[in-house]
Design a protein around this ligand. Structure first.
Ligand SMILES: Cc1cc2nc3c(=O)[nH]c(=O)nc-3n(C[C@H](O)[C@H](O)[C@H](O)COP(=O)(O)OP(=O)(O)OC[C@H]3O[C@@H](n4cnc5c(N)ncnc54)[C@H](O)[C@@H]3O)c2cc1C
Length: 240
């Protein structure tokens, strides 16, 4: 899958117990913390939470907003970061800005780094646009576009050597420079991102990002992820 990477920097260690505890506090007379030794285990908490909060479209999503996960996302094109950053609720970002970095662009200009490590171009293949027009992105076109990226790296290097700042010279490079970022979200906002961006009409690269997010979601909150996968993933079941 290209060079794309998604790694977990940190995550609530017991997400399904936390959701269960929040749900349990809704109807408990006592202070639930004091019962923590009697909490159901992670798997059982997940099953109970699905039964009482989610099954049959109950839509009681509040308790699912408590567990947090922090991802490090790498090597995706700028356009994917832009799409993701439109989501604001329960989600936070720190993104390479191009004010402080640029060494890898110069390394590509010098031939020390593969230009494909710095810029993303779609693979050769058949594509369509939003109006239904079909086209083939050929190996020749892709090579010409790589040459274009390399030429832009050289112009960037030249302007930096002439004294321009990185934030000024970054305007010269092609749009889909690869950009690393940190994204944190809660279990609900993670599912919201997947609702909107894993579906078939979302852009190719953000669908790939969702595939990688799903790998971590399954490992982090297995029962919740299994419910999500069975009832919502890829079904374009959008929240309001
Ligand atoms: C297929 C697709 C194509 C898109 N194309 C474009 C495009 O061409 N240009 C462009 O600029 N954007 C585009 N967007 C982004 C889109 O317009 C939204 O900005 C983006 O999806 C974030 O909205 P959200 O509902 O996910 O909000 P989030 O911030 O993730 O919020 C989650 C939920 O909280 C609620 N909420 C959040 N903020 C508000 C608010 N201010 N008022 C009321 N309720 C709120 C809503 O219920 C919302 O669904 C596209 C999105 C998709 C999925």
């Amino acid at each position: 899958m290209d060079r794309f990477r998604v790694e977990v920097l940190s995550a609530t260690p017991n997400p399904q117990q936390v959701i269960w505890a929040a749900m349990h506090q809704d109807y408990s007379e006592g202070f639930v913390y004091d019962d923590r030794d009697r909490f159901p285990d992670e798997r059982k908490a997940g099953e109970l939470m699905i039964k009482h909060l989610l099954k049959g479209d109950r839509g009681h999503y509040g308790p699912i907003e408590h567990p947090q996960i922090v991802f490090n996302v790498g090597y995706f094109p700028h356009s994917t970061m832009q799409q993701l950053r439109t989501h604001r609720t329960g989600i936070s970002f720190d993104v390479q800005s191009g004010r402080y970095t640029g060494e890898r662009i110069i390394a590509a200009a010098k031939g020390e780094l593969d230009v494909e490590a710095v810029f993303y171009l779609r693979p050769v293949g058949d594509y369509g646009n939003r109006q239904g027009k079909k086209y083939f992105y050929s190996p020749e076109q892709r090579q010409e576009d790589l040459d274009w990226c390399l030429a832009a790296c050289k112009r960037y290097q030249q302007r930096i050597e002439e004294g321009l700042s990185e934030e000024h010279a970054r305007g010269l490079i092609p749009f889909d420079v690869r950009q690393h970022f940190v994204m944190s979200c809660n279990a609900r906002s993670l599912m919201h991102i997947l609702d909107l961006r894993a579906k078939a009409d979302a852009q190719l690269e953000i669908q790939k990002l969702c595939d990688l997010l799903m790998v971590h979601f399954r490992a982090w909150a297995p029962e919740l992820a299994a419910w999500y996968e069975a009832s919502r993933l890829g079904k374009a079941r959008l929240s309001p």
